[in-house]
Design a protein around this ligand. Structure first.
Ligand code: PLP
Length: 395
């Protein structure tokens, strides 16, 4: 008889998004016709930029004639996109070879798939509050999870632990949900720690396009020593609106080896076994992001979300609310007023302002008492939400 993976039974049901959906549904049942201001969503609201749309159309047209039709693509990514990604790293002063870039269908897919590289015995360290996929993917793989709590005392950016128990370390910067961003020195201490203990860092850089302070690293490979201990996982979703189009990339340096095995070579073997590559059409759309026009256009889109962030943080500043994020990240992580709980604040916001946000407790126990706003909504809704928020917090 087939035996199912027993670790699925160890997954905790995420009450977070189901709870939000249920509470908003019953609110709308009681208050029909009310318009909700949704600051909870992680999805973007701006459309794909013209340069990407043009490239997608052109790539579709290529499929119409035998001379230009494209079939299977190389499993690790089309050379034109691997090169475009590698070239783009040069703007950060980082040298990456196209062979070290793997094109993926998005960061989520990759965060789960990449665990194939690591023996199940490796414990995974997750800094909490955390993007829920780190924990769940590790549990499904049967891995021990080391929960490292963070809080206001360290700006939600903790130092590495004293022991060397972790084989795998998830770092997310800019962070979802806290919006906190590692500075060079602290990130350097994590890199040193990983090199010293032999751990591998999975660096989730899905929100790197939101960093505006020049002093902050956008890539872990800006840090000395990272090439021997880190894998960087990136996404076109929040950089260029590919949440539904699906595209990402992962960088695995040639120097990253453990027990004499090259993780880059292992990932080539994995991809050539488990995928037949990402759609040619989508990869052409992705390459357009790196053109001069594409870069200019996505910057304009990101500016829309940054204006949303400024609108919300201004309201919070005015009301003296503690928060992280917003400036170098598309999320704002705030302390619930008057010491109330995350879900209690959710209910007050919903009932009194019709704003839907995300309770911090859904991202790990140490998120209790905090709350997340996303800045990906429409500018109109965000402006209205900021107005209502100010009115509520002034009470
Ligand atoms: N990593 C983080 C931290 C995220 O917040 C998200 C999506 O919200 C992802 C990865 C997933 O990105 P993608 O759309 O490329 O799968």
């Amino acid at each position: 008889m087939m035996k199912p993976n027993p670790h699925y039974a160890e997954l905790k049901d995420s009450y977070l998004f189901a709870g939000i959906a249920e509470k908003t549904r019953s609110y709308l049942e009681e208050q029909p016709g009310q318009r909700l201001l949704r600051l909870g969503i992680g999805d973007v609201s701006q459309p794909l930029c013209p340069a990407v749309i043009e490239a997608l159309h052109a790539a579709v047209d290529e499929q119409a004639s035998a001379e230009t039709f494209r079939g299977y693509q190389p499993e690790c990514g089309a050379p034109f996109l691997r090169e475009a990604v590698a070239n783009n790293y040069l703007s950060l002063g980082v040298s990456v070879s196209p062979d070290e870039v793997f094109i993926s269908s998005g960061a989520s897919d990759e965060l789960g798939d990449i665990l194939d590289l690591f023996a199940p015995g490796n414990a995974a360290l997750v800094i909490e509050p955390a993007y829920p996929a780190y924990l769940d993917a590790s549990v499904i793989a049967g891995r021990e999870v080391i929960h490292l709590p963070s809080g206001t005392e360290n700006g939600f950016l903790p130092e590495p632990p004293d022991d060397g128990r972790a084989g795998l370390i998830y770092l997310c910067s800019p962070n979802n949900p806290t919006g906190a961003v590692f500075g060079r020195e602290k990130l350097g201490r994590w890199v040193d720690y990983a090199n010293r203990t032999g751990a591998v860092i999975l660096f989730d850089a899905a929100y790197k396009a939101y960093i505006e302070d020049e002093s902050l690293p956008r890539s872990i490979f800006e840090i000395d020593g990272a090439r021997t201990c880190a894998v960087e996982i990136c996404s076109f979703s929040k950089t260029a609106g590919f949440t539904g189009t699906r595209l990402g990339y992962t960088v695995i340096p040639a120097e990253l080896t453990r027990s004499g095995m090259s993780l880059n070579a292992m990932w080539v073997r994995n991809r050539t076994t488990k995928t037949n590559g990402v759609s040619y059409i989508i990869q052409r759309g992705g390459a357009a992001v790196f053109t001069q026009e594409g870069r200019r256009q996505i910057k304009e889109q990101i500016a829309v979300y940054k204006n949303n962030a400024a609108c919300l943080t201004e309201a919070l500043d005015e009301c003296g609310v503690w928060y992280t994020g917003g400036r170098n990240a598309p999320y704002i992580w705030l302390k619930c007023p008057d010491g109330i709980g995350s879900w209690e604040f959710f209910d007050i916001l919903l009932n009194e302002t019709q704003i839907v946000g995300t309770p911090g407790s859904g991202f790990g126990a140490c998120g209790e008492g905090f709350f997340r706003f996303s800045t990906f909504g429409s500018p109109e809704d965000t402006r209205e939400a900021a107005r209502r928020l100010k009115r509520l917090l002034a009470k």
